[in-house]
Write a protein that binds this ligand. Structure first.
Ligand code: XIL
Length: 301
């Protein structure tokens, strides 16, 4: 295969990119996306502050720009994200518990209904855990609804679009540590009690302080053994040249080594549009040239 998407498809997987609607007018951006990738995650366009900026007033137009193109090409679409403490609309944080609960459920229902049957997997809840394995205390959902909000969100999501896979997504859960242990325990608990959950997303934002863990594949495998799919959802790796290329190859190898690892998404296309303030963490340079990391991923797939 000569593209990332085709190579991944030959392995029964997708290879996606985070795409921003405001760059789609740039011809090379759009063509690199549609040529190289067979999957997409809207980078910001499905987040609460964008899709429901005022209570019960939904705006899907920028996400639809991405979804419409992706569907016409048969891409695998990840929905990101329904319940998250960040990039939340301002009106949400002022609600009391009763109103917050109904707003959360109305948000899940409204957003999932709009793309019902079109989304492969939704990040139903994003970044709910803290590094020490406790719950993230700055989340308004955690503060006002308590531990049960995650379960409530997943149950509502299953009803809203029964065909979408429902994922929990987080960062610094890529290796074995207190945080990933806590997510593991939650998934195990959900499975034992019949709370709907189908997949776990591992963001996989790597740099010198947070390198690709040596037990990455082992960690993906232990989640898969619980009976959920796993996906690498926001991959980027700081660095350059051979070192970066080798790190990317290790990530691809870890996913291919786990049969329930169904796909990989890189968090952007050219380095210049990475969310990271500095550095060159992606597969394409600023002129859309293929980096060593690109070739390494293609060869590994
Ligand atoms: C980032 C986007 O890439 C930026 O454009 C935005 O300003 C902030 O959010 N974890 C997530 C993603 O789940 O939604 C974040 O995306 C990166 C960290």
């Amino acid at each position: 295969a000569t593209t990332l998407g085709a190579a991944a498809a030959a392995r029964g997987r997708y290879f996606g990119a985070a795409v921003a609607a405001n760059h789609l007018g740039e011809a090379q951006y759009a063509s690199t996306w549609t040529t190289e990738f067979n999957g997409v995650t809207p980078e910001n366009e499905m987040k609460w502050q964008t899709v429901e900026p005022n209570r019960n007033q939904f705006n899907f137009s920028s996400a639809d720009q991405i979804v419409t193109q992706a569907r016409s090409r048969g891409m695998t679409i990840r929905g990101h994200t329904l319940v998250w403490h960040s990039q939340l609309a301002g009106w949400v944080s002022g609600l009391d518990a009763t109103n917050l609960r109904s707003a959360m459920l109305n948000h899940i229902n409204g957003v999932m209904a709009h793309w019902k049957g079109q989304i492969y997997a939704w990040d139903v809840v994003n970044e709910a855990f803290a590094e020490n394995g406790g719950r993230r205390s700055e989340s308004v959902f955690q503060q006002k609804l308590g531990n049960g909000y995650i379960e409530e969100a997943f149950r509502a999501a299953r009803t809203a679009d029964p065909n979408a896979k429902l994922c929990y997504n987080d960062y610094n859960t890529d290796g074995m540590n207190a945080k990933s242990n806590a997510v593991y325990a939650m998934v195990q608990d959900f499975k034992s009690r019949g709370v709907p959950i189908d997949c776990v997303g591992f963001q996989s934002h790597f740099n010198a302080q947070s390198p690709v863990p040596s037990n990455y594949q082992q960690n993906l495998a232990r989640f898969a053994a619980l009976g959920v799919d796993v996906q690498i959802t926001e991959l980027d790796i700081e660095g350059s040249g051979t070192a970066q290329a080798n790190n990317y190859a290790n990530v691809v190898r870890a996913c291919l080594g786990v049969s329930r690892c169904t796909g990989i998404t890189v968090w952007g296309i050219p380095d210049k549009y990475s969310w990271r303030a500095s550095g060159t963490p992606l597969l394409f340079n600023d002129n859309y040239g293929k980096k060593a990391a690109y070739t390494s991923v293609l060869n590994e797939l």
